[in-house]
Ligand binder design. Structure first.
Ligand code: X2N
Ligand code: HEM
Length: 531
């Protein structure tokens, strides 16, 4: 009787509502009801998640299907990781724009993902949709992994000691021209927007050294526009929406073709006019001389051009971000600029007129403090805050009951560990000296060769700004030469501080690399004495 009574009550309410229905069943109400239903079902599914999938890592709860935790992650990944770690530990999953990302924080996570087997994890499946429209077809992630390993070997032909010896004076010349003529630093003193200056300085120094004088000479306002259009296609959002019928995607595709054609022209001219000669001036020469795979197949000239675009694009974002952060930290602690200046005097010496001798590649190897400044900048500002792979078959996580299912992604964040008190004392402070006590010689470590040279076998380290394993960076030495030469020339030519208040800018995580929020400024004064 009670149950009947209860149902009648509900029925009564229901029937009253149905009679009044015409007043309430309108589109917004229907839509609201639908959204409510989807969210409720989604929340129910999350509640049942643990029961349904006992062998999965904990899933971070979210309100909006598909989007999941993308926004909280996208805006502040390290904060997001720290909050999740407090609740779930080092292993947890979150939904990001329809994909499930299984995060494994800390050195064990780095080893698990970066040393993952080819059969288990794929970088090309994770990245190709974003990178191929920007780099072009047939290279980096638009080809099987064994091809990428050989492309990295080909590129390394232009990243030798002899290459660097020839790059240093070219980079010095580009920096000096920039400090004399650019709108940013072209005066005797003033305020400069480093988030505008460093991308320009990076492309000039990288193209002059890696692509050679003729490509650098072709640089004009038109090519700058093309690089900017291409650059706009290299954004995290393109990871989610790689192709949309929108003008900005068409501009990206047009820029990729135009820049690739430009590099192709240079390759054709060199093949035509320098037949039989062997040059090793830059990356284009390096790859032209080394473009035959082990199985006898060759990179086409178009692919050589596209590989150059990919490598320049990668180096561009990482170096521009690192140099901006270094200038800001050195502006906040100008005492470090003086220590760097003294190191320049001590290592390079002065000529008969008392002028500092120009820096050479060998000098850079004798500058531990300059090296420490770069190393500390990369610790606090790892350009790539997240590295991930697509899981190709169920992946058990060692020493746990967890299995990462096929089709999910695994993600690591060395940037998170590098800024964590668990691994570095005063982890959030810029203290280059901390690296002077550390013996960074790597002769003790076991190494392995994936096809592009020896890399350390272990990836269980908290400090991995250049990654590890088969996808480890090949640009580390070039980056140190480029950044070391840029900062050496900066401290010789000027002194700088942060503007009033001296606060460092916030981090903009929404670009491809971790940038200072734009516009980030320094106040500079050119040094009087001729350096
Ligand atoms: C929508 C926040 O933005 O609410 F370049 F030859 C060249 C690394 C690729 C990371 C992709 C997605 C972040 C969504 C935020 C070469 C030199 C390389 C190495 C959510 C509202 C490229 C994409 C970043 C997804 C995170 C791939 C680079 N050395 N360069 N909401 O690297 O090496 C190269 C290699 C990638 C990613 C993300 C969101 C070789 C938002 C706001 C919005 N991620 N991400 N390189 N998100 N929001 C490189 C590795 C290779
Ligand atoms: C790979 C960081 C500069 C070319 C990587 C990876 C990281 C990284 C973390 C591994 C990506 C992954 O595992 O998914 C950096 C940093 C740089 C820098 C912090 C500068 C401060 C450069 C430069 C070049 C370059 C200057 C080229 C001249 C590459 C290439 C790969 C790579 C070819 C291999 C990608 C793969 O095998 O999947 N880099 N990079 N990088 N980087 Fe760099």
């Amino acid at each position: 009787e009670k149950v009947l009574d209860h149902c009648m009550q509900h029925f009564g309410v229901l029937s009253a509502w149905v009679h009044a229905a015409p007043l309430y069943i309108s589109a917004p109400v229907l839509f609201a009801g639908f959204v409510f239903l989807v969210i409720a079902l989604n929340l129910l599914q999350q509640l049942l998640y643990k029961l349904m999938y006992p062998h999965r890592v904990p899933l971070v709860p979210y309100l909006f299907p598909w989007i999941g935790s993308a926004v909280t992650y996208g805006m502040a990944p390290y904060e997001f990781f720290e909050n999740c770690r407090q609740k779930y530990g080092d292993q947890f999953a979150f939904v990001m724009c329809g994909s499930v990302m299984t995060v494994y924080l800390g050195p064990k996570g780095h080893d698990f993902v970066l040393n993952g087997k080819l059969a288990d994890v794929s970088a090309e499946e994770a990245y190709k949709h974003l990178t191929t429209p920007v780099f072009g077809e047939g290279v980096v992630y638009d080809c099987p992994n064994h091809r990428l390993m050989e492309q990295k070997k080909f590129a390394k032909a232009a990243l030798t000691r002899d290459s660097f010896r020839s790059y240093v004076p070219k980079i010095v010349e580009e920096v000096r021209q920039f400090l004399d003529n650019s709108t940013y630093f072209g005066n005797k003193s003033g305020e400069a927007v480093v988030t505008g200056a460093t991308p320009e300085l990076t492309i000039y120094t990288a193209s002059r050294s890696l692509l050679g004088d003729e490509v650098r000479a072709k640089f004009s306002a038109h090519t700058a526009q093309l690089y900017s259009d291409l650059d706009k296609g290299f954004k995290p959002l393109n990871f989610v929406f790689p192709n949309l019928p929108l003008p900005y995607y068409w501009a990206r595709d047009n820029a990729q073709k135009a820049i690739s054609d430009q590099y192709l022209e240079v390759i054709d001219r060199r093949r035509r006019d320098e037949k039989g000669e062997v040059h090793n001036r830059d990356l284009i020469d390096g790859i032209i001389n080394n473009c035959t795979y082990k199985d006898g197949k060759k990179l086409t000239d178009r692919q050589i051009a596209n590989l150059c675009i990919g490598i320049l694009m990668g180096g561009q974002h990482t170096s521009a971000s690192t140099s901006a952060w270094a200038l800001l930290h050195l502006g906040q602690k100008p005492q470090y600029q003086e220590m760097m200046y003294e190191e320049q005097e001590r290592v390079c010496g002065r000529d008969a007129d008392g002028k500092l001798n120009d820096i050479t590649y060998e000098d850079l190897q004798e500058m531990p403090f300059l090296t420490a400044v770069i190393k500390e900048t990369l610790r606090l500002h790892s350009p790539l805050h997240s590295i991930f792979r697509k899981v190709l078959r169920p992946m058990p996580i060692p020493n746990t009951n967890y299995v990462v299912p096929k089709g999910h992604y695994v993600m690591v964040s060395p940037g998170y560990s590098m800024m964590h008190e668990d691994y570095f004392k005063n982890a959030h402070d810029f203290v280059p000296e901390r690296w002077l006590e550390v013996d960074t010689r790597k002769d003790t470590e076991e190494t392995i060769d994936y096809g592009f040279g020896e890399v350390s076998k272990g990836a269980a380290s908290p400090y991995l700004p250049f990654g590890a394993g088969r996808h480890r960076c090949i640009g580390e030495q070039f980056a140190y030469v480029q950044l070391g030469t840029i900062f050496s020339t900066f401290v010789r030519e000027m002194k700088w501080t942060l503007p009033e208040g001296g606060k460092l800018p916030e981090v903009d995580f929404e670009s491809m690399v971790t940038l200072p929020k734009h516009p980030a400024k320094v106040v500079y004064v050119k040094r009087e004495e001729k350096v």
